[in-house]
Design a protein around this ligand. Structure first.
Ligand SMILES: *Cc1c(COP(=O)(O)O)cnc(C)c1O
Length: 222
């Protein structure tokens, strides 16, 4: 695993340099959804502090065993599972619909916490992928001002699986442009700090297009 992580770090540094940034500005989230806590411990011993899970029960379980690590929720979230994630996840990447936002806000309010979230945007427009339509992002973020226990920290997208990562570049570029447009609006309650995009197949291209949070699973653990 050490060699894999070193290779990924070198590739992150190269892509960051290509976009005029330092490697330290990019956060690596190791997606541990397919492995157990022993592998997570090994990755943690190699300097990774952020881990991503796509199932609430798994995030809760691993988070209780390894509470010193940062746990990110990256998968689609059902409203009845929100209670397992709010207040546990350092960041929820997968806010993709209004009723989920309302439920997260209600749970956060009840627990007297503020929950950091990313808005998931469906750039690729694929049926099976969830997320807010690009044209609806600004109105959605505007309305989020009512939900005072949620803090919008950025945007997330999942690119389609393609054979050549270059094919994903326009997707990443579009999310970057949406980020810039929203920033120009200057919503007081929105602080777009994170751009979560890029996985094992395409993280270098994503970083070149502005990602500062990459979610990498198989390239680390398999
Ligand atoms: C599984 C998953 C990843 C990691 O995918 P790899 O191809 O294994 O790097 C990233 N993001 C999301 C939302 C995932 O579900």
């Amino acid at each position: 695993m050490q060699e894999k992580i070193e290779t990924i770090r070198a590739r992150i540094a190269a892509a960051a340099a290509a976009s005029g940034r330092a490697a330290e500005q990019i956060t690596l989230v190791a997606v541990s959804k397919t492995v157990g806590t022993e592998e997570v411990r090994v990755a943690a011993s190699l300097g990774i502090h952020d881990f991503g899970e796509n199932r609430p029960q798994e995030l809760k379980y691993k988070g209780e065993i390894l509470p010193q690590l940062n746990w990110h929720m990256i998968g689609r979230l059902q409203t009845n599972k929100v209670k397992d994630v709010v207040g546990r996840a350092v960041l929820i990447h997968s806010l993709d619909r209004w009723n989920l936002a309302e439920e997260m806000n209600r749970r956060a309010q009840n627990s007297e916490v503020h929950q950091d979230v990313l808005l998931q945007v469906n750039i690729a427009g694929e049926e099976q992928k969830t997320g807010i339509e690009p044209g609806d992002v600004e109105a959605f973020l505007d309305a989020m001002g009512q939900l005072e226990s949620l803090h919008i920290r950025g945007l997330m997208t999942i690119a389609p699986l393609v054979t050549d990562p270059e094919e994903a570049r326009p997707i990443f570029r579009e999310l970057y442009h949406i980020q810039e447009k929203v920033r120009a609006r200057g919503f007081a309650h929105v602080n777009l700090q994170y751009l979560s995009m890029g996985m094992s197949q395409d993280f270098q291209v994503a970083i070149e297009e502005g990602a500062n949070l990459v979610r990498i699973g198989s390239a680390i653990f398999h």
